[in-house]
Design a protein around this ligand. Structure first.
Ligand code: ADP
Ligand code: MG
Length: 569
């Protein structure tokens, strides 16, 4: 066997550990949630791998997490019989290498201990939370299907050591040597309490030893002469797969607890949709709309979107195949009865069952948002403020649901000139002027620029409402959303301005006269500007500015041009 070896943590891991040790004192008990959830993940992984190789079970398929404590030694032990780790995996996952989430986690810290401790789960740095309560952590693990086991040990301050071990059983055991002042956690009552708060809905038994009730004699005294019974393992959490239960049997609190578990969030979800689908396809889904944007909402890759299960067996976290990108904020579970258990990532990419479940789930989320908008406008507005920019990708990404998405969109407009996006397209249409045929909008880099655009002058003068678009995603949205309710969306900055029936006969005569008078000026301007512009025209857009630049109907808007340039086109 190899000798004991000392190794150092990467700088960022060290920083993280310092933080765990010194700063996160407000929500200490989360260490247990994180370590139990790692144990449960490890069991999920084993179960999945065992589908193709059931020798991995090594005769022990009763997957579980066990929690033990020793008051005298001041330790808490968390043990699982999941997939375990090889020596290399230990080094990679909880050793020297900082995960991508680590750096980001550190950059997101606010200094507010309560807030910061809630971020831990979101960034995949849960393991290190052990150091919130422990001044030494000893982890021993053996990977399923291997014979060598290894012990990792660290005080969180001076790197860690690795040493060969001889762990007979598969899986991982973590001993927390509690800090003197954290003694309270080496207590059965306290631990049970934490487990039922945080781990009830983990669909895997979390067990603790139950001390046998002593035997009493006729006088009610404990019998001294009988051999005391050995303590037995007892399941402490409810361990039910919440999504398989009938809706009527699940309380709002249970829905929220489950949400927090799968979403690694500490706040309640805004809304959810729970469905048991039967017929052609059989599956269960439980989909949540969070209240707050996830930290990685704008990263190219996100964690933990929809969890795919097949007949209650966890298969994988999947954001790509089960939800479109414009719904990447949705969290939840889809549990199929139709897919084979050995479904692979490749199969998922082009699978009819997956596609149908995705399509139906998108409808469910749109329906959920639609009824929220209808029944609780304030709640919907808070959703929009968090996720509106993501939903705006919808019309272009998902043409088949364009109409429904369009109704969910919210805009700023010249109706109030306020930056808050709370105008619906339906509101706009209901306020359209007699004879107005189009829905007008202006795009700009900032709200202020949009609001003060010279293109708006004539519209303001005529009292025609214009949508003010200044989110980065707006050009993209508009490219997919060309009409609403049979009315074309028209940029006020593109092409010939034809206000159609909105211009009276007198207006038109007046315009003709101005154009005729300006002919010689136009000629001169064209000569001076030469090939810098395509044309110089008399504009009826402006009432107070002398001139403005106008794009051809089919030119990409200026902003898109800038974007393409930045991207090197
Ligand atoms: P996350 O669980 O979000 O990935 P953690 O910091 O909690 O982040 O864990 C880091 C990694 O360490 C896990 O992804 C896993 O690979 C490994 N790990 C932690 N605990 C266990 C365990 N009990 N069994 C097997 N692997 C584990
Ligand atoms: Mg974890």
């Amino acid at each position: 066997a190899q000798a004991k070896e000392s190794m150092q943590f990467q700088t960022e891991v060290n920083q993280l550990l310092q933080l765990m040790i010194h700063s996160l004192y407000s929500n200490k008990e989360i260490f247990l949630r994180e370590l139990i959830s790692n144990g449960a993940d490890a069991c999920d992984k084993l179960r999945f791998n065992a589908i193709s190789d059931d020798s991995l079970y090594e005769g022990d398929g009763d997957l579980r997490v066990e929690v033990e404590f020793d008051e005298e030694a001041n330790t808490v032990t968390i043990r699982d019989n999941g997939i375990g780790m090889t020596r290399d995996q230990v080094i990679e996952h909880i050793g020297t290498i900082a995960k991508s989430g680590t750096k980001e986690f550190l950059s997101k810290l606010s200094g507010d201990a309560a807030k910061d401790s809630n971020l831990i789960g979101q960034f995949g740095v849960g393991f290190y939370s052990a150091f919130i309560v422990a001044d030494k952590v000893t982890l021993t693990t053996r990977a399923a299907g291997t014979t060598e086991s290894v012990t990792w040990e660290s005080d969180g301050q001076n790197g860690f050591t690795l040493e060969a071990a001889d762990k007979a059983s598969r899986g991982t055991e973590i001993i927390l040597h509690l800090k003197e002042e954290e003694k309270e956690f080496a207590n059965g009552y306290r631990l049970r309490n934490i487990i039922s708060t945080y781990s009830d809905h983990i669909p895997l038994p979390v067990k603790m030893l139950k001390q046998p009730t002593p035997e009493y004699d006729e006088e009610g005294n404990v019998k001294e002469d009988v051999e005391p019974k050995a303590p037995e393992w007892e399941v402490v959490n409810k361990a039910n797969a919440l999504w398989t239960m009938p809706k009527s049997e699940v309380s709002d609190e249970q829905y929220q607890e489950f949400y927090k578990h799968i979403a690694h969030d500490w706040q309640d979800a805004l809304a959810w949709s729970h469905n048991h689908v039967e017929g052609n396809l059989e599956y269960k889904s439980l989909l949540y709309v969070p209240a707050k944007a996830q930290m990685d909402l704008w990263e190219p890759e996100q964690r933990n979107g929809i969890k795919l299960y097949v007949q209650r067996v966890f298969i994988m976290d999947d954001t790509k195949n089960l939800m479109p990108r414009y719904m990447r904020f949705v969290r939840g579970v889809i549990d199929s009865n139709d897919l084979p258990l050995n479904v692979s990532r490749e199969i998922l990419q082009s699978n009819k069952t997956i596609d149908s479940m995705k399509k139906a789930s998108v409808k469910k989320v749109l329906g959920l948002l639609g009824s929220m908008a209808k029944n609780d406008a304030e709640k919907y507005q808070s959703f929009w403020d968090e996720f509106g920019k993501v939903l705006k990708e919808g019309p272009t990404e998902d043409a088949s649901n364009k109409e429904q998405i369009a109704k969910l969109l919210r805009f700023s407009s010249t109706h109030t000139d306020a930056e808050k996006q709370d105008v619906t397209l339906e509101d706009y249409v209901s306020r359209m002027q007699e004879g107005q045929e189009k829905i007008y909008y202006v795009t700009a880099d900032t709200f202020t620029a949009a609001k003060n655009s010279p293109h708006l002058e004539v519209f303001r003068a005529k009292g025609i409402e214009v949508l003010l678009l200044s989110d980065r995603v707006d050009e993209w949205m508009i490219s997919g959303l060309t009409e609403f309710d049979g009315k074309q969306l028209q940029s006020v900055a593109k092409g010939e301005l034809d206000l159609g029936k909105l211009d009276s006969e007198e207006d038109k005569e007046e315009q003709k006269k101005v154009e005729d008078d300006a002919q010689s000026l136009l000629k001169q301007l064209k000569e001076v500007l030469e090939d810098k512009v395509e044309d110089v025209r008399v504009s009826h857009r402006l009432t107070s500015s002398p001139s403005c630049i106008v794009l051809n109907e089919h030119d990409m808007a200026l902003y898109m041009q800038q974007l393409m340039k930045q991207a090197g086109h």
